[in-house]
Design a protein around this ligand. Structure first.
Ligand SMILES: [Zn+2]
Length: 204
């Protein structure tokens, strides 16, 4: 039976007792179990895939598969299951922007509304973000509010550069839109295509 997060041992506070592995450990485990115990190799792979948030396809599985391929390890139940999952994951993300977020530079000043906070200054920020005609927004407010809005922008993250202008009272936070999320998608796409090419380089 496949492992699921619900079945993991819990500590006295109900938290899962698991050590977060790195890709080198996963490479070691799969290299060994694939050689000595095909059934255990299959279960190990199922366990990793049942815990996507804990093990992480990007953080762990994709780099581990690249390393295994480099070391000429390209067969076995563990390798095959994890390799197929990594390829599916990359293919899906490569296809995604074409549907939800076209991989092209924004044509207006409208930017994704990524802000969750709904306090009044953040609502103003959200309205600014989706406005197709506004490149710049100036928030003149006390330091506490400016710091909060800057924090919100950084953690959203929102496609905005901030600059504090210490003139007048209160000071101003000048928010200027950028293309950061589009650039992130371009970089991600390049990395995904490169990783996919490496993962698919194995002979069938
Ligand atoms: Zn807020």
């Amino acid at each position: 039976m496949a492992a699921t997060p619900e079945k993991a041992p819990k500590d006295q506070w109900g938290r899962s007792q698991l050590v977060r592995p790195d890709s080198a450990s996963l490479v070691g485990v799969i290299a060994v179990v694939d050689r000595i115990d095909p059934a255990l190799a299959k279960r190990s792979a199922e366990h990793v895939l049942a815990w996507p948030r804990h093990f992480g396809l990007d953080a762990l599985v994709v780099p581990a598969m690249k390393r295994l391929l480099q070391s000429k390890h390209r067969t076995g139940n563990g390798f095959t299951a994890l390799h197929d999952a990594a390829v599916d994951h990359l293919r899906q993300r490569i296809a995604e922007p074409r549907i939800a977020e076209p991989l092209e530079a924004p044509r207006s000043w409208a930017r994704p509304k990524t802000v969750r906070c709904d306090c009044e200054p953040c609502k103003q920020l959200s309205r600014f973000l989706v406005d197709p005609n506004e490149e710049c927004w100036t928030l003149r407010a006390a330091q506490q509010i400016r710091t909060h809005v800057e924090y919100t922008i950084r953690h959203a993250p929102a496609d905005v550069d901030c600059e504090t202008v210490r003139r007048g009272s209160p000071h101003s936070l000048i928010c200027t839109k950028n293309q950061a999320s589009y650039q992130r998608r371009v970089i991600q796409r390049k990395l995904d295509l490169a990783d996919l090419a490496i993962l698919q380089g194995r002979p069938k």
